[in-house]
Design a protein around this ligand. Structure first.
Ligand code: NAP
Length: 247
């Protein structure tokens, strides 16, 4: 059994991944931005499943926080060999013309710079070429990378396009270094993130555009992430898999 590090594991998709990886017998470190209460609940859920868990507060956009998350996980649980690059943010809906530079910068810092720092730190510690044991990185992209989210948040959608490109490039770069890198592209999944965009009922409004006629659950996304992270996916790298109800 392995140690997993999940960024943004206190709520939503990341929390569901933490629970499922614990069910599969892994110890789990989660990072979170500020919601210590939610993080504590996830820790309790993991421990109920008989696994060890830690929660680390930090911003994935800050290099020092990312390094500290890997260091603390390694010290307290062991070297994480399953990395779920999940932390991500969006902002209120609107056309690009209405966005401030600060908003665009923040979305890019968290969703792109953060994900790259986490992936870089993982490769530095896991690459067999650098003396590591190998491992797996699962990036959380979005179906927004395919649609571009016009009049909602093209900044967010563009950061997810970057995640897809990172996935393909890094998978190729590390394929002979014992590291697999894949990504999931969730569609409309029932989490708090839609309220961050100012539209908590977004799924209800848009569900008729989804071929399956409904939004997805965090557990449906977690199942795919955990499969990609598992040895069952040993010949899968550079894959970008949609979990979006056919949309
Ligand atoms: P969520 O419910 O809003 O949860 C976000 C998680 O990320 C929380 O644990 C939050 O911590 C953490 N976080 C936010 N900013 C952070 C930062 N700067 N550093 C570290 N952690 C940070 O979001 P979600 O819907 O589960 O989304 C998870 C991922 O799936 C994101 O990458 C998102 O883009 C992607 N996604 C979601 C959907 C969807 O429909 N829900 C669709 C496609 C893709 P706190 O609890 O402390 O705030």
């Amino acid at each position: 059994m392995a140690v997993a590090l999940i960024t943004g594991g206190s709520r939503g998709i990341g929390a569901a991944v933490a629970r499922r990886l614990a069910d599969e017998g892994h110890d789990v470190a989660i990072t979170y931005a500020s919601n210590a209460v939610a993080a504590t609940e996830v820790l309790a859920d993991v421990e109920l499943r008989g696994r060890n868990a830690i929660a680390i507060r930090g911003d994935v956009a800050h290099e020092a926080h990312v390094i500290e998350a890997f260091d603390q996980t390694t010290t307290e649980l062991g070297l994480p060999t399953i990395i779920v690059n999940n932390a991500g943010v969006l902002d209120t809906q609107g056309p690009l013309a209405s966005f401030t530079a600060e908003r665009i910068q923040r979305i890019c810092d968290v969703n792109v710079v953060g994900a790259m720092l986490v992936a870089r730190e993982a490769v530095r510690r896991l690459s067999t070429r650098l003396g590591g044991p190998g491992g797996v990185i699962v990036n959380v992209s979005s179906a927004a990378a395919r649609f571009g989210s016009p009049n909602e948040y093209v900044d967010y959608a563009a950061t997810k396009g970057a995640i897809d490109t990172l996935t393909v490039g890094l998978a190729t770069e590390t394929a002979r270094e014992g590291i697999r890198v894949s990504a999931v592209r969730p569609g409309l999944i029932d989490t708090d993130i839609h309220a961050s965009g100012g539209m908590p009922d977004r799924i209800e409004r848009l569900k008729d555009r989804i071929p399956q006629g409904r939004g997805g659950t965090v557990d449906e996304v977690a199942a795919l992430i955990c499969w990609l992270a598992s040895d069952d996916a040993s010949y899968t790298t550079g894959a970008i898999v949609d979990v979006a109800g056919g949309r």
